[in-house]
Design a protein around this ligand. Structure first.
Ligand SMILES: Cc1cc2nc3c(=O)[nH]c(=O)nc-3n(C[C@H](O)[C@H](O)[C@H](O)COP(=O)(O)OP(=O)(O)OC[C@H]3O[C@@H](n4cnc5c(N)ncnc54)[C@H](O)[C@@H]3O)c2cc1C
Length: 448
């Protein structure tokens, strides 16, 4: 049985960046990634390629790719992707600060493909435990849904955040209620079979909500789209360069050492740089579309502002009935929809609304976890602090891209710090090994 030095769970941008850092640092010899998807694809469920619309560009300048901030001379930079794919000059000619999303997705895939010998695709890890009895001492034990078993001294969980499904929808099992993370695979088959005039509700006022409304309106012109939001209107993304310093590497230290109250205060200020807000190009496109419809006597997209969804039920005809509280009129009305798309984002590990105390993959450590603060305890190096773990446990479980509530806004739903975080994670793994060898050398020979 082989015990790997490091196994990464998931091979999205966070762990792809880690793979680059592992290769370039040579810090560990035996490392491997297990990815549930069959091929590398970045947020494929929201990768719209129907037309060349400006709204499908990314929100991250390409100098802050998977590697440049850590090693600008790397061959895995976005710039080198352009060069090696014969795209450099036409790309520069477009004068776009943020690349098109399909372009960036191809960059990520281009990098991922260069690690094919280090990744097992089609392997979803469903169990993670620690075994003390394996040869050579203890190791983390991973089992995949394909029935394969793996062992590692260190595990890096880079699975991305879990979908945030509002409580009203949590118990509904229906192909008519779809979270944005299943948009392409689930909405297409349902929406294309709906008769003319069918009603689709899109819940939320985020960038994803705006993009989904535009995509629905362009792909299914015969459907009626109802945009349901608690806000008065779609907020514009905060692009203040001062607020955007929250994506600087040094912000992580400031945020990590701040009290929960100070973190909350910071979050209140910076939230619109990434959440519950839309880029201007999306808003303009949406507004123009609605104006164009009006000119032609149509109303395909309708806004339900200041509206809370009080309740949701599946109806006999398979549709969804929503109880909507309109705070502008003070009325509560029941409304029937043929399809509901939840553009309601993702859950963090934390204690806020919609947060989770821990992640399901750590279920095997329920006795080791100390959740007395309301959520998992994570150290500055992104390793889980298992309060009740046996003393002789070696190696760490590190969370890569899941620590927004403790490490700040650059951590969860953002590409911006993947390069820097990778170096910090490798340093944390090395620190764990150094502690272990110190302990071993301090112990009398017979006890080693
Ligand atoms: C539509 C959309 C657009 C976005 N655009 C931007 C943007 O422009 N700029 C930006 O900075 N951020 C953007 N984001 C934020 C996004 O979170 C990051 O870009 C990035 O995808 C995070 O990378 P990750 O590797 O942490 O997670 P993910 O990209 O979610 O990757 C996680 C990977 O782990 C795999 N996985 C999950 N569970 C398991 C398991 N149990 N076993 C094995 N494999 C598993 C998944 O299949 C996936 O490949 C966007 C997010 C969305 C949803």
């Amino acid at each position: 049985m082989q015990i790997m030095d490091v196994i990464g769970i998931g091979f999205g941008p966070s762990n792809i960046a880690l793979a680059i850092a592992l290769e370039e640092s040579g810090a560990f010899k035996d490392w491997l990634f297990l990815e549930s998807a069959k091929t590398p694809i970045w947020q494929g469920e929201m990768l719209f390629e129907i037309s060349l619309d400006t709204y499908s560009n990314i929100q991250n300048i390409p100098y802050r790719d998977l590697v440049t901030p850590r090693n600008p001379r790397s061959r895995y930079t976005f710039l080198n992707y352009l060069v090696e794919n014969d795209l450099l000059f036409p790309h520069l000619n477009m004068d776009m600060l943020m690349p098109l999303r399909p372009d960036y997705a191809r960059y990520l895939q281009w990098v991922a493909r260069q690690f094919d010998d280090r990744v097992r695709y089609g392997r979803q890890v469903y169990s993670l435990t620690y075994e003390e009895t394996v040869a050579g001492g203890g190791a983390y034990h991973l089992v995949t849904t394909t029935g394969e078993e793996y062992y590692a001294r260190h595990v890096v969980v880079g699975t991305g955040r879990l979908p945030n499904v509002p409580a009203q929808f949590a118990s509904l099992q229906s192909d008519r209620v779809v979270h944005q993370t299943k948009y392409q695979s689930q909405v297409g088959p349902v929406a294309s079979a709906l008769p003319t005039g069918s009603r689709v509700a899109v819940v939320g006022s985020s960038q994803s909500a705006g993009e989904i409304i535009l995509h629905l309106s362009k792909s299914y012109p015969t459907l009626k789209i109802h945009s349901i939001m608690r806000r008065y209107a779609f907020p514009l993304k905060d692009t203040s360069p001062f607020m955007s310093e929250a994506y600087f590497p040094e912000f992580t230290d400031l945020y990590y050492r701040s009290s929960p109250e100070v973190r909350e205060r910071i979050d209140r200020d910076i939230v619109r740089t990434n959440y519950g807000s839309c880029d201007m190009d999306v808003l303009e496109e949406l507004y123009r579309q609605m104006y164009y419809d009006k000119l032609h006597g149509k109303e395909q997209i309708r806004l339900h502002r200041l509206t809370d969804i009080v309740d949701a039920t599946i109806t006999d005809d398979g549709g969804v009935r929503l109880l909507l509280e309109d705070h502008a009129t003070g009325t509560i009305d029941s409304d029937h929809f043929d399809l509901v798309v939840l553009a309601t984002g993702f859950s963090n590990i934390g204690t806020g609304a919609g947060d989770l105390p821990t992640i399901p993959l750590l279920e095997g450590f329920s006795e080791w976890q100390d959740l007395s603060t309301g959520h998992l305890n994570i150290d500055r190096g992104y390793a889980v602090r298992f309060a009740n773990a046996p003393e002789n446990v070696s190696g760490v479980v590190v969370l890569n891209g899941l620590c927004e509530r403790t490490h700040g806004i650059g951590d969860g739903g953002s590409l911006s710090l993947t390069a820097i975080r990778s170096a910090e994670i490798i340093a944390r793994l090395q620190e764990s090994d150094a502690c272990l060898s110190e302990l071993a050398s301090a112990a009398p020979m017979g006890e080693r």
